[in-house]
Write a protein that binds this ligand. Structure first.
Ligand code: SF4
Ligand code: SF4
Length: 307
């Protein structure tokens, strides 16, 4: 429910921008997630091998290697230096995410995202309690533990339990038991901890959050003076703590959301009826001020203020 208007979250955006306008980035994200999935599925399903492998490591058109840099890092910690091809693939992926934002992986590529988004949607719809909310630093501890276990066991530790890899393998190769992991993540986010998995525990998100700190592509609260404090952006943001410095910062502060945890999902852009947010680059510090009032409007405003 919107904090000021008491309308359901997203209702004002729906009224002012229409169904499509208030879901633009959500639809694009779902299309992107489906696109990346289908790249891997055309081989097993139709014999058309555009991409071979999984999100952990793949070869596109038998030419382009792509490796999850987190997998490559675990491999190094495990004492196995990646092959030249795997290393090249990791550097390519790293370069892309350094440009567009590390956690773009979370919101635009990861197959777990629709699952956690669905849990969050139901969570809001049934107005369930927040539940267990470990500190966001918990995922950093999980990340450190994963690297320590890789070091200690000589294995790529997280890949043995990683829900992302399991779901991806299940979809690509049809391994039925992986659905249990999907269900566990869904139920955990729905009943145990709101936004618990991606927001508090997933070490992959924590890793990509580091990469995202210096990314070029950013969301800006450029029209923040138009904000009417409905709080809908906070309600839909998977990492709501990233919004305030840009939206509620002191006059003259940067309108750019600079936190590495921002997933560049665009949900805040979709849901804001006042069109406060926009995609831009990290060096764009421009702030759109509201148009100056005409003299009669200003004196009417002054009169009201005196009353
Ligand atoms: S930025 Fe937009 S969605 Fe967020 S509180 Fe302000 S008006 Fe509401
Ligand atoms: S600030 Fe906006 S783009 Fe960033 S994670 Fe939150 S909703 Fe998504």
């Amino acid at each position: 429910m919107s904090a000021n208007t008491h309308a359901p979250v997203g209702f004002e955006a729906l009224e002012t921008k229409g169904w499509l306008g208030s879901r633009r980035y959500l639809l694009l994200r779902r299309a992107s997630q489906l696109f990346f999935l289908m790249l891997f599925l055309t081989g097993p399903l139709f014999g058309l091998w555009i991409v071979k492998g999984t999100l952990a490591g793949s070869l596109t058109l038998d030419v382009l290697p792509l490796t999850d840099p987190f997998v490559a890092l675990q491999s190094v910690f495990a004492g196995h230096w990646p092959s030249a091809v795997a290393l090249t693939g990791a550097l390519i992926v790293l370069a892309v995410y350094l440009l567009v934002g590390g956690r773009v992986y979370c919101s635009w590529v990861c197959p777990i995202n629709p699952v956690t988004d669905a849990a969050h949607w139901l969570h809001r719809r049934f107005d369930l309690p927040k539940g267990w909310q470990p500190k966001r630093s918990a995922r950093l501890w999980v990340l450190a533990t994963v690297l320590a276990v890789s070091f200690g066991t000589g294995t790529i530790a997280w890949e043995t339990v990683n829900p992302i890899t399991m779901v991806h393998r299940a979809l690509v190769f049809g391994l039925g038991t992986a659905w249990i992991i999907v269900a566990a993540v869904f139920l955990f986010d729905l009943f145990v901890s709101r936004r618990g998995w991606c927001g508090h525990l997933c070490p992959v998100g924590a890793f990509y959050g580091f990469i995202g700190k210096t990314a070029f592509l950013r969301v800006s609260a450029a029209k923040r003076s138009a904000c009417d404090n409905c709080m809908d952006c906070y309600a839909v943001c998977p990492e709501m703590q990233v919004i305030s410095p840009a939206l509620k910062g002191a006059p003259g502060s940067s309108p750019i959301i600079l936190a590495g945890d921002c997933t560049n999902c665009g949900a805040c852009i979709d849901v804001c009826a006042q069109n406060v947010f926009t995609f831009t680059h990290r060096f764009d510090q421009s702030v759109v001020e509201p148009p100056l009032k005409s003299a009669p409007e200003q004196s009417a405003a002054n009169m009201m203020h005196k009353e």
